[in-house]
Design a protein around this ligand. Structure first.
Ligand SMILES: NC(=O)c1ccc[n+]([C@@H]2O[C@H](COP(=O)([O-])OP(=O)(O)OC[C@H]3O[C@@H](n4cnc5c(N)ncnc54)[C@H](O)[C@@H]3O)[C@@H](O)[C@H]2O)c1
Length: 378
């Protein structure tokens, strides 16, 4: 398609975008670009400044959340939208969804500039894309925000159950991570269960605490950590047999079979990989690999890494289901397939002689290429 839509952005904007700076280079020339469409949106009355990036619609309408964040610069915001939307193409492809990858960012501090008016204007911009982009929650946006956006835009998911939405996506995200972990157990130990295994969960927030429920039910021994004492207390209150350690650094040094990063990105850096006792890593956090090359270090140390964007796809599977009138059981059945997908990735990694993260990218690219080829022959 290669269409770039620019809405009400002055050529003299002090971002360098109009002057052909780094963002345009990334978009049109670098390996990380190739996005179909990038929309810059502005509404001075409400203060909205947003970027909607559609990386690919090869598999269907681009689907991905809206991040509301006080970026240091407009250029940083556009680059984030480009990166995040590209990631969604891969995630949606391996989640088996008929959706391409898209993502939007709203520039500014949600604590100070988020208003109903701004969200309604944003909804009109998303609606103007006529369904090529389907939005959802992300960092800084919540179910109640999507209810407002949905008043102007029918291509809005992540809404509240009262408004026909699916509500909190962490339930199926945790379920999907658990399926990925079962697949890793099958590959590593020959049986799809965590029974008798020691699993360390770093971050027991919305997703992590549901994951602990699955693990306890499956018969795993669970050790947790969280910077919030109340989050730890909620888990140990529910499951007195679960133990806690002071922080993530202590957790990775604890004798473990599985390490599950469920807090922030970048959890797997050089120091962590060197200290890991676990031989399986599988968790919900996005962007766990701190830098390129970590996936190879893990493989070299005999650690089986279940790629983050594959195992944490339960949430996007859930919101995608909203477009068809949300049905929890149907969405759960789809999230259960994360088990098969994760196993297929491990097998592909073995046959190609590459780390699972590379195998996952290859499988996603294959699915997108097949869809493009099929569209070309229609
Ligand atoms: N919620 C979803 O549906 C979903 C979907 C896909 C991916 N994810 C990813 O999963 C991760 C967790 O998401 P969530 O929705 O549970 O978020 P959350 O904010 O509810 O939970 C994160 C928890 O991690 C804790 N934490 C933060 N820093 C920590 C540290 N250094 N050490 C230990 N604990 C720390 C927080 O106190 C919090 O309890 C995030 O990376 C998120 O992007 C979430």
């Amino acid at each position: 398609m290669g269409v770039t839509t620019v809405t009400d952005v002055r050529p003299s904007a002090p971002t360098g975008i109009g002057a052909g700076g780094g963002v345009l280079h990334t978009l049109f020339r670098s390996e990380l670009g190739g996005h179909e469409q990038v929309v810059l949106c502005q509404d001075r009355e409400s203060g909205l400044k947003a970027v909607i990036a559609l990386h690919s619609t090869a598999l269907g309408p681009a689907l991905g959340g809206t991040r509301f964040y006080p970026y240091a610069s407009e250029e940083e915001a556009v680059l984030d939208a480009l990166n995040l939307s590209r990631g969604m193409s891969y995630k949606n492809a391996l989640a088996g969804l008929d959706h391409g990858g898209g993502k939007a960012v709203i520039i500014g501090d949600p604590e100070t500039i988020k208003t109903e008016q701004l969200l309604l204007v944003y909804g009109r911009f998303v609606a103007s894309l006529g369904g090529r982009y389907v939005t959802a929650c992300d960092v800084g946006t919540y179910v109640q925000d999507m209810d407002v956006v949905a008043r102007e835009c029918r291509w809005t998911t992540g809404r509240s159950p009262e408004q026909g939405g699916a509500g909190d996506s962490s339930v199926l995200t945790a379920f999907g991570v658990f399926q990925g972990m079962r697949a890793a157990a099958q590959k590593k130990w020959g049986e799809p269960t965590l029974r008798g295994r020691r699993v360390g969960v770093a971050g027991v927030g919305k997703v992590g605490h549901h994951l602990v429920d699955h693990l306890v039910e499956d018969g795993a021994e669970v050790v947790v950590t969280d910077v919030r004492a109340d989050a730890v207390a909620r888990v140990t209150g529910r499951h007195p047999q679960v133990t806690a350690v002071a922080d993530a650094a202590a957790l990775v040094r604890t004798p473990l079979d599985v390490y599950a990063p469920c807090a922030l990105g970048g959890a797997l850096d050089d120091a962590t990989v060197a200290a890991l006792t676990a031989t399986v890593v599988c968790g919900a956090a996005n962007n766990q690999l701190a830098h390129p090359g970590v996936e190879k270090d893990l493989a070299d140390r005999g650690v089986l890494y279940a790629p983050d964007y594959v195992v944490n796809a339960g949430g996007v599977i859930q919101v995608a289901d909203e477009l068809h009138g949300f049905d929890f059981d149907r969405a759960k059945a789809k999230a259960a397939k994360i088990y098969d997908t994760t196993l297929a990735i491990f097998d592909r990694a073995q046959s190609d002689g590459v780390p699972p993260a590379v195998a996952a990218d290859r499988l996603a690219e294959q699915r997108m290429a097949e869809a493009r080829a099929a569209a070309g022959t229609r």
